[in-house]
Design a binder for this molecule. Structure first.
Ligand code: ZN
Length: 74
């Protein structure tokens, strides 16, 4: 009997976000509150920064953009 390589259907691709150093501080570009740095766990697929007031995640890349542009095209 052959062994088949099966992929766990629960296994998702984990985006390779640039993770900030522990202790780094960032402000939310929307509300200017301090962002929470989320722990870099294998089970976590989100972005490293979390703004509780906005209920929004940010990546380093999101924050490095100087202007926060929103697509408002109709
Ligand atoms: Zn915010």
């Amino acid at each position: 009997m052959q062994k088949h390589h099966t992929f766990d259907s629960g296994l998702k691709y984990r985006p390779d976000y640039k993770w900030p150093e522990e202790g780094t501080e960032r402000d939310c570009p929307k509300c200017n509150q301090n962002l929470e740095l989320v722990a870099n766990l294998d089970t976590y697929y989100g972005k490293p920064w979390w703004c509780a007031p906005c209920q929004w995640q940010f990546s380093e890349e999101d924050l490095d953009g100087t202007e926060y542009s929103v697509d408002e095209e109709e």
